[in-house]
Design a protein around this ligand. Structure first.
Ligand code: HEC
Length: 160
C-alpha cells in the first residue's frame, strides 16, 4: 500500500470510530430496594456480602462503577452488555428476582465454584481490576458460606 492509500484507510477508520459514538447504550444503576437484596432473603455474613459487592458488584449489583473508557464505543457496548447479562443471571441487590428457590440455591452454590475455577470475574475484568481481587481469606469465607447451601438449601427450612 502506498502512503496516500494508508492515509485514506486511517481516515476512514477515524470517521467510523467517531460515527459509532452516536450509538450510546443506556447505562443504568436502578435504585436499590433493601427488601429485594440478598441479605433480606438469605443469611449472609457481613464480610462475605461486602467482599461480593466489592469484587462482583460491577456486574452483579445495581451499583456499577462505570469506567470512563466505558463511554467510548465499541468498548461501551461490550461493557454494558456484560453488566446487563451479569445482572440478569444474578443480582445481589435484586435477589427477589430469583423467585424459584432451586434456581436461587443453584446460584448460591455456584458462586464458590466460579471463583475457584477462575470463571468469575471474567478474565478481562480481572486483568483491569487487580485491585478488586478477593483475598485468600475472603475466598475461603465466601466458599464456606456458598457451599453451606449444598447441605442446607434455601427454602428447605434451615434459613429465615
Ligand atoms: C465484568 C462483569 C462481571 C463481574 C465483575 C462478575 N461477573 Fe459473574 N457473570 C457475568 C456475566 C456476563 C454472567 C453471565 C454469563 C456467564 O455465565 O458467563 C455471569 C454469571 C455468573 C454466575 C452464573 C450464574 C448462573 O446463571 O448460574 C455466577 C455464579 C457468577 N457470575 C458469579 C460471580 C462472582 C462470584 C463474581 C465476583 C467474584 C462475579 N461473578 C463477577 C459477569 C460478571
Amino acid at each position: 500500500m502506498n502512503r496516500a492509500r494508508v492515509r485514506k484507510v486511517l481516515f476512514a477508520l477515524l470517521v467510523f470510530l467517531v460515527v459509532i459514538q452516536i450509538f450510546q447504550p443506556r447505562r443504568r444503576n436502578p435504585p436499590v430496594a433493601l427488601s429485594r437484596s440478598l441479605p433480606s432473603h438469605v443469611r449472609v455474613p457481613r464480610d462475605v456480602y461486602a467482599a461480593l459487592i466489592r469484587s462482583c458488584g460491577d456486574c452483579h449489583s445495581n451499583q456499577t462503577h462505570w469506567p470512563w473508557y466505558g463511554r467510548v464505543a465499541p468498548l461501551s457496548w461490550v461493557i454494558t452488555d456484560d453488566v446487563n447479562e451479569g445482572r440478569r443471571h444474578m443480582n445481589f441487590e435484586d435477589w427477589q428476582a430469583l423467585a424459584d428457590p432451586k434456581q436461587a440455591n443453584d446460584r448460591l452454590t455456584s458462586i464458590c465454584e466460579e471463583i475457584k475455577q477462575n470463571g468469575m470475574p471474567p478474565f478481562s475484568y480481572r486483568l483491569v481490576h487487580q485491585d478488586l481481587r478477593l483475598k485468600p481469606q475472603e475466598t475461603a469465607a465466601i466458599c464456606t458460606w456458598s457451599q453451606s447451601f449444598r447441605t442446607n438449601p434455601v427454602g428447605s427450612g434451615g434459613l429465615p
